[in-house]
Design a protein. Structure first.
Length: 748
């Protein structure tokens, strides 16, 4: 090849010889047919093209699978999503195959940066993309058939981990070198180090320093000590060998000491710092990834997947702030654990609970089963989102429907044997849990004591469609087809979830306003963009009004009336909390498979359940104050401890009036021949009774029993005057006739 100076000194003949090929090429370009007239020229150029084509083919072969180097800096690698409690405590990290989260170099401690450089590539900031001596050594080892070790720079490792396969071939090594130059040309050294620290494997599912810090030490990478940083920096060379969870954890300690020595030799730390870090005790997290409130965590994950998709949740690097209150979660878990011996002694092996703040919809605690990790008894099953029969805990919704229709807390129901026609089969003849009848029971006492026959009568009057409509408005969406249910729906004959029940009871607590559950407060993507946010504001008025305030108040007032429920539960049951008046309702299914207690104050709703995941019946006599009630009592007491008592606010739409304690009608004027016993009751305006108690009536009684003679009976009867009550279904009851023993055995 002639230089420009040599060309200027060449003779004209030499210049023509030099320029001849180019002149020919120009002529061929202008007239391609000339190429085929000169055979010598054709052969010459063909021979010249062979090496050119060969080199081009080789380059294409080497680079055909090389991705664009610019991809490496986009931070679009799969990133783990993190779930946090309301106070910012990490609950769980969600990922597909790699637990990986991006953090900026500014958040990575200098000690960890220096430790990595010292042990992996001590001249990182001094050389270019490759270290010539390292490459020579790597090529030699590769050609000898051994694995390539010790020669790669941090840039090369980044390229290999992020853009290439892990095959150990010369072709891959050439790709690695070429791409390393491209990466160094595009990005700064700091950016390359940042990308490396976020993408290198630290063992198992831990990719990047943030995930490694969480898995090995249970803390953010920014909080690592020098000793911890040195340990992590030593892992990438052989994570399984140096892992503290492997067969030889002492090897990890030796590796840490090597890293500390390298840091000292490089001038990053002093001898005293090296000595102190070497003597520091490393405290590692448990082998398995930490998980707090597992049932809640996976419930949240399901919600996120429904909203954002599986890929986004497992690889999108979401940051999710939940409504979980760790203190409430802990006291709920402790309450279940404290009853474990009692539960097992009665053949009950599982329990669950949910705590919400009705005014904001926040889900404060969720314990889906007694022990998530109990594989023998399906502990991972989340009962709080599973459909179970609620027993009598569904009754308040039925009675709320009755209040909407104009019935009152003083409406009397005759509680005696009653069969209801069933067009599709045998008549439905419900029984009370104590197998007894209780005469006339006004709504307040029928609900408070959980008597079944009055509840069935209430549903008969309301109609199935009306009760289902009320339940749906309050948040229970499991009752989809009225034709599937009969009158037993009010006794728990339809399945619901615990979350639906706390949503519905939250309407009572909010004076008729429904605020949807908000277990997720904030979702942020990997770039810090807020995808959704809910700011809790303690104001029920922000919800949707689904019940009249008066209806909600009267139900709450009944359920918080300890005196009204004392006939069945006694005056000092687990439903009673001294100094406070929470509203509470129990529920036990007819087959004794489910036992519930749900109670609330204006600030909290607490639902508890005991039973068996395999649906085996609970053994022994089970009542509303056994099983779930003691757990509920313990949780509620801890929630309201040291807080002033709260009462349910009586709205202006509710007034009080004195009524007869049996008929629910107005008492007779003073001086009347018959004066009924009276009591005070709340009414929605416009529903206060206007009829005065008629007193005694002439009726025929059976002289043998002293009771009202059955229809058609004419022998051994006599006409007498008695006090009678007729309920809305048309059934009458003699309140002044001799009474049979109606003392109930607690078991509602």
């Amino acid at each position: 090849m002639f230089t420009k100076k040599q060309y200027s000194k060449a003779s004209m003949k030499q210049k023509k010889r030099i320029l001849y090929p180019f002149r020919v090429l120009i002529k061929v370009i202008k007239k391609p047919s000339l190429l085929f007239r000169n055979k010598f020229l054709l052969i010459a150029y063909f021979l010249l093209a062979i090496p050119v084509i060969g080199i081009a083919a080789a380059v294409i072969l080497v680079l055909k699978d090389v991705p664009k180097a610019t991809v490496i800096g986009r931070n679009n690698f799969p990133q783990s999503s993190k779930l946090y409690a309301k106070d910012g405590t990490l609950l769980y990290t969600i990922y597909a195959s790699k637990n990986q989260s991006f953090v900026s170099l500014q958040k990575i401690p200098k000690n960890l940066q220096h430790a990595t450089i010292a042990i992996e590539d001590k001249n990182f900031y001094k050389h270019g993309a490759v270290d010539v001596r390292g490459i020579a050594r790597a090529v030699f080892v590769n050609l000898s058939g051994n694995s390539v070790q010790g020669g790669s720079t941090i840039t090369q490792q980044l390229v290999r981990n992020s853009l290439l396969t892990l095959e150990r071939t010369l072709t891959r090594k050439i790709k690695e070198v070429i791409l390393s130059f491209v990466v160094e040309f595009i990005y700064s050294k700091d950016r390359i180090l940042e990308m490396y620290l976020n993408q290198v494997s630290y063992g198992g599912t831990a990719w990047g320093v943030e995930a490694a810090s969480q898995i090995y030490f249970g803390k953010d990478v920014s909080k690592l000590s020098l000793a911890e940083s040195a340990f992590l920096a030593g892992l990438p060379q052989a994570p399984s060998v140096y892992s503290p969870f492997g067969s030889h954890p002492e090897d990890g300690k030796k590796r840490q000491l090597t890293v500390l020595q390298s840091m000292k030799d490089a001038g990053y730390i002093t001898a005293d710092q090296q000595k102190k870090a070497a003597e520091d005790t490393l405290t590692f997290s448990q082998i398995q990834d930490n998980i707090v409130a597992p049932h809640f965590v996976f419930y949240i994950k399901d919600l996120l997947v429904q909203e954002y998709g599986e890929k986004m949740v497992e690889q999108g690097g979401l940051s999710v702030i939940t409504s979980l209150d760790l203190d409430v979660q802990k006291l709920s878990e402790d309450a279940l654990a404290s009853e474990e011996a009692t539960l097992r002694g009665n053949n009950w092996y599982n329990a669950a609970t949910v705590v919400t703040r009705p005014g904001t919809g926040e889900l404060l605690a969720m314990v889906g089963s007694r022990n998530y990790f109990d594989t023998q008894r399906d502990g991972n099953v989340n009962v709080t989102i599973s459909k179970r029969q609620p027993g009598s805990s569904i009754k308040p919704i039925n009675y709320a429907t009755g209040l909407i229709k104009g019935y009152t807390a003083a409406t009397p129901f005759v509680d005696e044997r009653k069969c209801f026609p069933n067009p599709s089969g045998a008549a439905y003849c419900p029984m009370n849990y104590d197998q007894k009848f209780h005469g006339v029971q006004q709504m307040r006492y029928a609900l408070a004591n959980s008597f079944n026959i009055p509840a069935v009568k209430m549903l008969k009057l309301n109609g199935l469609e009306a009760m289902i409509a009320t339940a749906s408005a309050m948040g229970i969406n499991s009752f989809t087809d009225p034709s599937r249910y009969g009158l037993s729906l009010t006794l728990g004959g339809g399945e619901v979830t615990m979350l639906e029940m706390v949503q519905a009871y939250g309407v009572f607590a909010n004076n008729g306003y429904k605020i949807n559950l908000h277990p997720i407060l904030k979702v942020t993507d990997s770039k810090g963009k807020v995808l959704s946010e809910y700011k809790p504001v303690e104001s029920p008025l922000l919800g949707q009004k689904v019940l009249p305030e008066g209806v909600a108040f009267i139900i709450s007032n009944i359920l918080s009336d300890n005196g009204a429920r004392s006939a069945s539960f006694g005056s000092n049951s687990p439903l009673f909390i001294k100094g406070f008046t929470p509203a509470v309702k129990t529920g036990t299914t007819n087959d004794y498979r489910d036992n519930w207690t749900i109670g609330y104050t204006p600030s909290y709703v607490v639902a508890t359940w005991v039973g068996n995941n395999d649906n085996k019946p609970l053994r022994g006599v089970v009542s509303g104050v056994t099983g779930a009630a003691p757990i509920w009592n313990q949780i509620m007491q801890n929630l309201i401890k040291d807080k002033p008592p709260e009462s349910f606010r009586r709205p202006d739409s509710v007034v009080g009036a004195t009524i007869c304690a049996t008929s629910g009608l107005l008492p007779q004027p003073a001086g009347s021949p018959y004066v009924c016993p009276t009591r005070y009751e709340y009414f929605i305006k416009g529903t206060v009774p206007r009829i005065v108690e008629p007193g005694i009536k002439k009726v025929f009684i059976d002289k043998e029993t002293g009771q009202i003679a059955p229809p058609g009976k004419t022998d051994n009867v006599e006409e007498v005057e008695r006090a009678m009550v007729t309920d809305p279904t048309g059934d009458s009851y003699c309140t002044s006739c001799p009474r049979v023993d109606v003392t109930p055995t607690p078991n509602p």
